[in-house]
Design a protein around this ligand. Structure first.
Ligand code: XLS
Ligand code: NI
Ligand code: NI
Length: 437
């Protein structure tokens, strides 16, 4: 049974006018010692691709998918698995990411929900064996259900905390079963609306307790995937605790959890926090916590998480630049946490959207590699900070001087002349690389 009329997508090169072909993503082409397939580690998001139906706050579904044409919710879930793997095969996408709630419908009881998950996980495993497609990460949806109205790990209701823990336990087990290389925590409802009713101290202590239990349980079951926290500043709550990389790092360090977690950086979440995508990746890189990426983009005119497919080469170039400087992905990858627009409701649009996203990152990868090979910014930065490699600068860096010695130095020498930061020149060169490499 086939759900898509679209044929398999192949690389045809930048001169191709075929919308159903890659222009830049050439999986076997080598960039900085690895194939593009290995550098990008593209993943499909199960939720946006196979459960999103086009609903928005003003209207219902616009997408009537061939794999959804059955009333039976378990039959539907199984059809979705087959459609998802057909799609990934045709798109040459090597990984997928999922929430428990994406793959199996919730039942009345936790026990029955878990049994349903086991049925679907078995079907997914068969498809993984057939296709060689792997699981980049799993997670739990501890935000959609009404019991999570006040949060999950940060709920004021201890029985909800317990239920969230049970859900995470099961989601970790099935992620392990599927060979997931990471496990993600996105704190959907972990935040608050008003301080008038919120004990932030207790809520944050509890969130740390929950994460600590996850670390313990991973040891218990031998789950060796990387734990990732995905920062987001707002939506759904007004103030999310995992606001940005800086906030997550402060939290992890306060509770001694820093050795067990890295970050999953989402482009649209970075911009909602008034940071660039590159800034968040850079903060992760310099702190040794760059884990994985949720690839998408927001809309500068709209103030919410629009989760659009990434088509901005400037941003993907600077993102890949940070990722390559970090040594490239090990367990992480580029997960398209992106959805087609409500008006793009035909099945073909899914292919076109993923092609656009994959080509945009492939192009960004090549430009970033050229910038790194030519040491464009690295050489400039090395000169800019040269004063810390000799004389008084070297003494500062090596910890040989304090205020007394520095005062003596300043009294005697004053300061040397500052030089230009040359921002416009660097932006000009960056443009040239984007347009020519
Ligand atoms: C929502 C998040 C979500 C996570 C996984 O904004 O991006 O999709 O990636 O729970
Ligand atoms: Ni995300
Ligand atoms: Ni998002």
């Amino acid at each position: 049974m086939s759900y898509f009329n679209t044929p398999a997508i192949k690389y045809e090169g930048p001169k191709s006018k075929n919308p159903f072909a890659f222009k830049y993503y050439n999986p076997e082409e080598t960039v900085l010692g690895k194939t593009m397939k290995e550098q990008c580690r593209f993943a499909m998001s199960y939720w946006h691709t196979f459960t999103y139906m086009g609903n928005d706050p003003f209207g219902g579904a616009t997408m009537y998918r061939p794999w959804d044409q059955t009333e039976d919710s378990m039959e539907k879930a199984i059809a979705r698995v087959h459609a998802a793997f057909e799609f990934m095969e045709k798109m040459q996408i090597p990984f997928f990411c999922f929430h428990d709630a994406d793959i199996a419908p919730r039942a009345a009881t936790l026990k029955e929900t878990n049994e349903r998950l086991d049925v679907i996980v078995a079907v997914i495993k068969e498809e993984m064996a057939r296709t060689g497609i792997r699981c980049l990460w799993g997670t739990t949806n501890a935000f959609g259900d009404d019991k999570f109205v006040h949060g999950a790990g940060t709920s004021c209701n201890a029985t909800v905390f317990a239920y969230a823990a049970a859900q995470i336990k099961k989601a970790m087990e099935i992620t392990k079963e599927l060979g997931g290389e990471n496990y993600v925590f996105w704190g959907g409802r972990e935040g608050y609306e008003t301080l008038l009713n919120t004990d932030t101290g207790l809520e944050l202590d509890n969130l740390a307790r929950l994460l600590g239990m996850a670390v313990e349980y991973a040891k218990e079951i031998g789950f060796t995937g990387q734990f990732l926290i995905e920062p987001k500043p707002k939506e759904p709550t007004k103030h999310q605790y995992d606001f940005d990389t800086a906030a997550v790092l402060a939290f992890l360090r306060k509770f001694g959890l820093q050795d067990f977690f890295k970050l999953n950086i989402e482009a649209n979440h970075a911009t909602l926090a008034q940071h660039t995508f590159q800034h968040e990746l850079n903060m992760c890189r310099i702190n040794g916590v760059l884990g994985s990426v949720d690839a998408n983009q927001g809309d500068p005119m709209l103030g919410w998480d629009t989760d659009q497919f990434p088509t901005n080469v400037y941003d993907t170039t600077l993102a890949m630049y940070e990722i390559l400087l970090d040594g490239g992905f090990t367990k992480g990858g580029l997960n398209f946490d992106s959805k087609v627009r409500r008006g793009s409701f035909e099945e073909e649009d899914l292919f076109l959207a993923y092609i656009a996203g994959m080509d945009t990152f492939a192009r960004g990868l090549k430009v970033a590699a050229a910038l790194i090979e030519d040491k464009v910014f690295e050489d400039f930065k090395a000169k800019r900070y040269a004063s810390y490699r000799e004389g008084i600068g070297k003494d500062i860096v090596e910890g040989n001087v304090g205020f007394t010695e520095l005062e003596a130095y300043a009294l005697e020498h004053g300061v040397t002349k500052n030089t230009s930061g040359r921002q416009e020149m660097l932006e000009m060169i960056l443009n040239q690389y984007i347009m020519e490499s």
